[in-house]
Design a protein around this ligand. Structure first.
Ligand code: GAP
Length: 459
């Protein structure tokens, strides 16, 4: 049974150290969250899974990590300076500020019911900032609202350094910032978030086929992260809802605790961005009138060897929100179970590759030196397998340890007891999170047992 309410998830995340309100000790900061000891592991695991699928498992995608702060002209020519806006409404009575397209009725305040509300007006979502010691008309730029522009501006660098021909992609994971009018629903809509974006470049005319392909591939990837098929829907974005650069967008929606909402968008950006940055060069870059660094001076095209001409590629963009991904896998994994003995447990049924702690090693007796040392040795041995975090935890209460590790999604617990130090083969008990089944494994066999377990779960 998935999480019933967002409150249950928020409570688990705080209690167990997944996610905290940002700047909490100063009363909080709206739209900003901090990932705690387990949250950072989960988030990194989801990023790694995306990078593996996008870059390592394919041979037609390169990675990139571009700077967050870029020349302000990037956003002029990307269209964000003029069009990256949401419609905003203010209430004269209670001073609430709302997104017009989220209001039930744009003539009535959502907060107090007053009809004294402003007409919707455009509000640019980019955070403006100042670069360098001088604050003047020239010194501003923006924090990036999407990672994509760093890919477009490095397009030629990647092509030149890798000799790529179409079709190929460039993948990037990184922070983006949007001054959302109304951040809400925990980490769903925030002002600082991470995106996992692929810009996949193809020949004009092959774009629609690649768009279909990427929608299918991305849905499958989310299923591989443990989301249930019945909780995923597609939405074909139309009319005014299409971004300024998009010819067609398919949103992948997930059934979050607050309803079906966008998890990832797969857009056909055509040649909009590369074309626009190329036009900037044609208009200004070759002209001595404009200062050299004010406009892109790089032609963003590739040689089509079959047709022997330069083409500005079309671009298909699967763009996933990492924070929304974390929320989705937590929502899906959160389960409350009644047990046969009448008690109940909360168990986070995360896919093992996403689990923040892969294996917990628990000595049965806190103060029995030989047991504790044997447990530490097992932890150190398993840590070297490179699977992620293996935790040695010496609380002396194995039963409570199992419950705690159920709640944070640890797939396996290993208990080291008197048999381990007294019997031949140094047997330990391996306890499985989902079935609660226990089995005995000799210490020497543990590395291959654990490796097999994780490899089989991935497959
Ligand atoms: N480069 C294309 C792009 O940025 P988008 O639909 O605006 O497209 C892509 O954003 C994804 O980024 C969304 O599907 C969502 O998962 C995530 N995202 C966007 N705004 C967000 C916000 N304020 N908080 C959390 N995630 C957000």
């Amino acid at each position: 049974m998935p999480a019933k309410t967002m409150d249950e998830l928020v409570s688990l995340c705080k209690r167990r150290g997944f996610i905290f309100q940002g700047s909490e000790i100063y009363g909080g900061m709206q739209g900003a969250y901090d990932y705690g000891p387990l949250g950072v592991e989960l988030k990194n695991n989801l990023k790694d899974a995306w990078w593996r699928a996008m870059v390592y498992d394919r041979d037609d995608v390169e990675g990139l990590d571009a700077a967050i702060i870029q020349n302000k002209y990037v956003y002029k020519y990307s269209g964000h300076e003029d069009t990256f806006t949401d419609p905003m409404v203010d209430c004269h009575d209670c001073k609430a500020r709302m997104r017009a397209d989220h209001m039930k009725d744009i003539k009535v305040c959502d907060q107090c019911g007053s009809t004294k509300v402003t007409e919707p007006r455009d509000f640019n979502l980019m955070f403006k900032t100042n670069v360098g010691p001088m604050v003047n008309e020239e010194s501003y730029t923006y924090l990036r609202p999407e990672t994509a522009q760093g890919i477009f501006t490095n397009f030629k660098n990647v092509v030149d350094s890798t000799s790529r021909a179409l079709p190929f992609g460039i993948a990037q994971i990184g922070k983006s910032f949007r001054n959302e009018i109304t951040p809400r629903n925990f980490i769903f809509r925030v002002r600082e978030f991470e995106q996992m974006e692929l810009e996949f470049f193809c020949k004009p005319g092959e774009d629609e086929q690649w768009h279909d392909t990427w929608v299918k591939l991305r849905k499958q990837w989310w299923l591989d992260q443990g989301l249930a098929e019945e909780n995923i829907q597609f939405e074909y974005v139309t009319g005014d809802d299409l971004a300024h650069y998009s010819k067609a967008t398919v949103d992948i929606l997930y059934k979050f605790p607050h309803g079906y909402e966008e998890l990832e968008g797969v857009a056909n950006r055509t040649d909009y961005d590369l074309g626009s940055h190329t036009k900037a060069q044609e208009e200004f870059g070759l002209s001595a009138k404009v200062k050299k660094n004010e406009h892109s001076t790089t032609k963003l095209a590739v040689r089509d060897l079959e047709e022997n001409k330069n083409v500005v590629p079309f671009c298909i963009e699967p763009s996933a929100g990492l924070d929304r991904g974390v929320l989705a896998v937590l929502t899906e994994a959160y389960t409350e179970e009644e047990l046969e003995n009448g008690s109940s447990r909360i168990v986070l049924k995360l896919k093992p590759h996403l689990a923040p702690i892969k294996v917990a090693v628990l000595p049965l007796k806190k103060n029995k030196t030989e047991i504790v040392e044997a447990a530490k040795a097992i932890k150190n041995r398993l840590q070297k397998l490179g699977l992620g975090r293996i935790l040695f935890e010496n609380t002396g209460n194995v039963g409570k340890g199992y419950r705690r590790h159920d709640e944070v999604g640890t797939p396996l617990c290993i208990t080291v007891d008197f048999d381990t130090i007294e019997q031949e083969g140094a047997p330990v008990t391996v306890r499985h999170r989902d079935t609660m089944a226990q089995e005995v494994v000799n210490t020497a066999d543990l590395p291959s047992f654990i490796l097999n377990y994780f490899v089989n779960q991935e497959a």
